[in-house]
Each structure stands twice: as C-alpha cells, then as structure tokens.
Design a protein around this ligand. Structure first.
Ligand SMILES: Nc1ncnc2c1ncn2[C@@H]1O[C@H](COP(=O)(O)OP(=O)(O)OP(=O)(O)O)[C@@H](O)[C@H]1O
Length: 614
C-alpha cells in the first residue's frame, strides 16, 4: 500500500468541501451518478471502437446501495473504470486549466457566492467530502491486470493499493458523517431520500440507476420528450449535468428537423460566462448523440468557435455510431445542420432582445465579446450577428445601444455610423477626436473590447450605413460653406504645414488642418487602413515587431496656440519654433492617452517654457 499526497490545489479544494460551503449537500450524489454515467458512455464507445476489448456491455448500469448500520453509501457502475495512473492523476490532482485563477477568485469572494464559482469549476468527485469523513474508491480498467483501491479522509494524503478481484467499473463508497438536522445533513442511507435526489437531479441519465433491484430513473432523454411535458427544473438539471454550471440556463432552445436528415437539438444559453470562455484550451462545442447514444463530448464541428458558450446536445438519427471527427468535418449534412443550429441560436438571441431585454443584456455582458468574434469568422451570418450586438455609445452613460437604435437616432445628413476604439470609455470620451462630432451632436460608438479593433476593419456596413472611425481618415462633417472657408485657411497655412512636416518627419507622415477639432489644439489620426495605436500595442505585447507607423498630425486653426504658431511662422520667426512643433505633437499624443516616444525630452521642453514665464 502506498500513501501519497494530494497536489496542493486539490488539497485546498478538499478543505473547502470538508468545511462545506454549499448549503445544498444533496448534490454530491448527482456528481457521483454523473461521473458513473460518463464512465458508462465511455465504455460503450470504447467497446465499439476496440473489438478486442473483453468487456460485458449488455447490462451497463449504476447501482446505489446503502447500509444504515455501517452508515455507508455506495455508487457503483460497470463502466470504463480507471488505471492506477488515472486514479493518481484524475483524483489526486486537479489538472484543469484555470485552477490557480479559480482559487484566487475564490479567495476574493465572500463564502456566500463562492458556490457559484465552485459549481462552474465542477469539482465533482470531491463533493463527496461534504457528507463523508472517509471515501473508498475501487476501480478496474478493462485492460489493466489488477484493480485499484483508493482511500482518503480528505486531509493531506490518500492511500492507493492493488486489488486482485475488483469487478469491471468503479465503486465509490462514502463513510457518511452522522446525520445532523441542524447542519442540514439528512440521512443519506434512507432509500426515500436517495430516490428523491436521483429523481430530482438525474432522472434523464440514459443508463438505469438501480436501488434495491429497482430502476429509479425514467431515463428519458429530454430532447426526445414533447416540449410541453418537460419542466424548467428538468431542463435546468440537465443543463447542469452537461455544462457543470451551477446556475440555471438563461434560455433553452429546442430544435427538430425531419426528413432526409433527422436530428433533434437541445441547446442552452448561459446566465454566466463559462470560466474557460477565453482560455486557449477551453471547452468548445456541444455533445453529439446518435439515436440517444452518446457519441462525443465537445463536438466543435457542430458549433462555431464564437458560439462556444452555447451548451447542449445534438442527437442525429442518420449518422453511424462510429462517426469520427474527420467524417464530421467533411459531411455535407453536418455542415447544413451546423448552419441551421447557428441561425437558430442567433435568432433566439434576437428574440430574447425583444421579449426579455434584461436577460439579453445579461447574456451580452457575459458573452458579447465572444459573440463579436463571429463578425470576423462568420461572414455568412454577419448581419444576423450585427443585429444582436450592443455597444456603449456617447448617447448614454448607462445603457448600451443596438445598431438599429443608433441608426434610428442618426441626424439628418449623417451618412456613417461613427465609432472610436480605445482602451477604456474614459479614454475614448476624453479624446479630442470626438470634438466636432460632439459639436454636431452626432452619436459615437465607444468600442473598448480587444476584438472591436479587428472586426471594425472587416465589417463594411450595417443597414447600408458604413462604419467610420473618428480617429482615422478624413472626417467629413462640414457644410459647403465651411468647406470653402477651410480651403482658404489651408492655403493660408500651407507653408507652415509643410515646414512642420519636415520638422516632425520622424514621427508623422503628414500635417494638415483638422475638421474634427473644436477646443483642442491638435490631434493625431490614422489613415483609413492604418492599424490603431491599441492594436499596435497588442501586437507588440505578443512580441510581434511592426514597422514604425507614422500617423497624421491635425491642427485646429481656430485654437489660439495654432494661430500664434502661424503668426510667428509668418513673421519669419524660427527660433524655438521647432520645439513648439514638437510640443504640439506631444500634446496631441497625450490627449488621446497615447505614449510619447521620448517623455524625458518632452518634460524638458515643457519645463523650459514654463521657466520663461517667470
Ligand atoms: N465512476 C467513474 N468511473 C471512471 N472514471 C471516473 C469516475 N468518477 C470519476 N472518474 C474520473 O475522474 C475524473 C475526475 O472526476 P471529477 O468528478 O472530480 O471531475 P470531472 O467529472 O472531470 O469534472 P466535472 O465534475 O466538472 O465533470 C473524471 O473526469 C473521470 O475521468
């Protein structure tokens, strides 16, 4: 027998379980039944793929046994089992990505809301320690010679030992803590209690769950039952089973297709973003069943990456049971099905917008940044995605706006949908680029998600209105009169502009008069196809070297500083004027929250000027 130590993260989670923070301890049984069900699915699949496997798959089931005298409760399955290495790896450590992040968040939370986080993380098996002071697991993997016995009190260590005569599958025996009404710990050896919990949480499990020789679950796949007969609570439990999210789903979507390619789908939109939404190795896709038989988890072929927050099941009638990912990728029917699933999800989000705006807002807040990835990757559905997007805008400090709402508020003569990207709302709002639009009372979308920097370049228009960055290209807001006045100004300033461009040659590619400024002296803008400073920063952070990007300096000819500069220049003054040009450029960069190439030089120039005022 060997005694091993739990990995430190596993130990921390076990401590949380022992000093349980869940008020609802019944859920431990759901976790054990859920694991057993997964193990049966896996064995069934494995036996299908590996014909040499000497296993009996005729009567796959889950048995629950209780012994009131010994105060034990056992959940047994004749599923895939685990090897000794599996046990050490799967039960002794927590290999899931994001564990450290999870524990950090947990520390920051009050214990009340910690259960939300735990549910999301899905610590499954460990939840046994909420109700047991010792847990014994005996398991055997089909190809392993011997079985394994694992035992622990949930403290720092566990023991592991070989077993000669272990049956196929896994049994988990809980040595229950004394029942205690005050601590809301019921007597889990009571058959009525066990029956009640299984009925409530695990009724839909496709394998029989037996107690005292009797099947106690109905085993009906929810998606195969008439929608009118399934309760919200049943959907919610099923959602929890497949998603490991503790919360109820925000929306349940059912689909049915008949004809040449039959399938049923039961999909869920989450109330809370999955923890792994933005993790590289996060879960993707939905579960695939073929005629009620579980085929694969995380079937990314059925749901595009940008809809990875959608959980659920697709049950296709006409696929072969040993369908592979390669086949799925090439199958035309699968692609058609995927297309319909995507359309259905997007239309469900749209109807949520109309019927339950608060829920829509919640969903958008949680997963909007992922959904927007679709604007880049799914051009077929671009319009449908744009319709369900919401953005911050200068129209309101509190609520977001849809594009349709934006368009309905467009001013007469306004041709474009104006937007500005940036690091934060404050930075964008303070930016000088917005001045002329504000003066005209034009609304500007404030885009601060990383993904916004990318899609705005590839989405041409919404409802026939093109997207126009206020920080790029020429912003054309003037009346004809203003235009001719400006042209005259430009002629007047021509020499100064040329001279300034020479002075600032290393950092700017052009100096011109601005039509977007009203109160600031200057701003820097990009050409229509230049990448933005935020994007430039992102590339740099990823270690990508970019050629130096020169932007355009725009001057406000009605600002006293610029007027003064012009006067001095026209009077032939050149002393110190080069420094002034540099200062004006620096001010423009600072005003948009940008970075100066040489801050110490800028400080010196300003200090010199200030000194001269004494
Ligand atoms: N009855 C079982 N038979 C075979 N393997 C099991 C069984 N129970 C647990 N395991 C293995 O141990 C792993 C860890 O189980 P645990 O319940 O802690 O987490 P999980 O099921 O992976 O996570 P979640 O509960 O979020 O699904 C499982 O993924 C599975 O590989």
């Amino acid at each position: 027998m060997e005694t091993l130590e739990f990995q430190s993260e596993a130990r921390q989670l076990l401590q949380l379980m022992i000093h349980s923070i869940y008020s609802n301890k019944d859920t431990f049984l759901r976790e054990l039944v859920s694991n057993a069900s997964d193990a049966l699915d896996k064995l069934r699949l494995e036996s299908f793929r590996d014909k040499d496997m000497q296993v009996d798959v005729d009567d796959l089931h889950i048995v629950i046994e209780s012994d009131p005298a010994e105060r034990t409760l056992t959940v047994r399955d004749n599923g895939i089992g685990m090897t000794r290495e599996d046990v050490v790896r799967l039960i002794g450590t927590i290999a899931k990505s994001g564990t450290a992040e999870f524990l950090k968040q947990l520390k920051e939370q009050q214990s009340g809301s910690a259960s939300d986080l735990i549910g999301q993380f899905g610590i499954g098996f460990y939840s046994s320690f909420m109700v047991a002071d010792k847990v014994t697991l005996v398991t055997k993997y089909p190809h392993a010679e011997k079985g394994v016995r694992w035992e622990s009190t949930g403290e720092a260590t566990y023991t592991i030992d070989d077993v000669d005569d272990a049956p196929q599958g896994t049994s988990v025996t809980l040595h229950l803590k004394p029942s205690d009404d005050e601590d809301r710990l019921p007597d889990y050896t009571e058959p009525a209690k066990i029956r009640e919990i299984v009925k409530r949480y695990s009724d839909f499990i496709t394998w029989p769950v037996r107690l005292g020789g009797e099947d106690i679950n109905s085993r009906k796949a929810l998606w195969a039952r008439p929608a009118s007969e399934v309760t919200e609570e049943e959907y919610a439990e099923f959602y929890r089973h497949i998603s490991h999210d503790w919360n109820a789903p925000l929306e349940t979507i059912r689909m049915q297709a008949e004809g040449t390619f039959e399938y049923q789908a039961l999909l869920f939109l989450p109330a809370q973003a999955p923890m792994d939404l933005f993790m590289r190795d996060g879960k993707r896709g939905v579960q695939l069943y073929v005629k009620r038989v579980f085929i694969m988890e995380d079937c990314a072929e059925l749901m595009p990456e940008y809809l990875r927050f959608v959980k659920g099941v697709v049950d296709a009638a006409d696929l072969s049971l040993n369908v592979s990912r390669e086949i799925l990728q090439q199958d035309r029917q699968i692609q058609l099905m995927r297309r319909r699933l995507v359309k259905k999800v997007l239309s469900s989000i749209k109807s949520l917008m109309g019927t339950r705006p608060d829920d829509y807002a919640k969903l958008w807040g949680e997963v909007g940044a992922a959904l927007k990835e679709g604007l880049l990757s799914d051009s077929d559905n671009r319009d449908a995605i744009l319709e369900v997007c919401s953005f911050a805008s200068t129209h309101s400090d509190e609520s977001l706006t849809t594009l349709a709402e934006y368009v309905s508020r467009m001013k007469e003569g306004q041709e474009h949908i104006y937007f500005m990207t940036g690091d934060s709302r404050v930075a964008v709002e303070k930016s000088p680029h917005l001045e002329a639009l504000r003066a005209k009372d034009y609304e500007v979308l404030i885009l601060t998600d990383t993904i916004d920097e990318m899609w705005v370049d590839s989405v041409p228009a919404f409802d026939g209105k093109t997207f126009q960055s206020v920080a790029k290209g020429q912003v054309d807001l003037e009346t004809d009169e203003e235009k001719s006045a400006n042209e005259a100004k430009a002629a007047e300033y021509g020499d100064l502009l040329t001279w300034m461009k020479e002075q600032l040659e290393d950092s700017v590619k052009e100096v011109r008069l601005s039509s977007r400024l009203t109160t600031s002296p200057a701003c820097v803008v990009g050409d229509s196809y230049d990448i933005t400073p935020t994007l430039e920063k992102m590339y740099k952070a990823m270690g990508q070297e970019l050629p130096k990007i020169k932007r355009i300096l725009e001057l406000n000819p009605s600002h006293p500083l610029v007027e003064g500069l012009h006067r001095a220049f026209a009077a032939g003054e050149r002393d110190g004027l080069a420094d002034t040009a540099e200062l004006v450029h620096g001010l423009a960069l600072l005003a948009e929250g940008g970075e100066l190439a040489d801050p110490s030089r800028f400080v010196k120039l300003v200090a010199d000027r200030v000194q001269r005022t004494f």
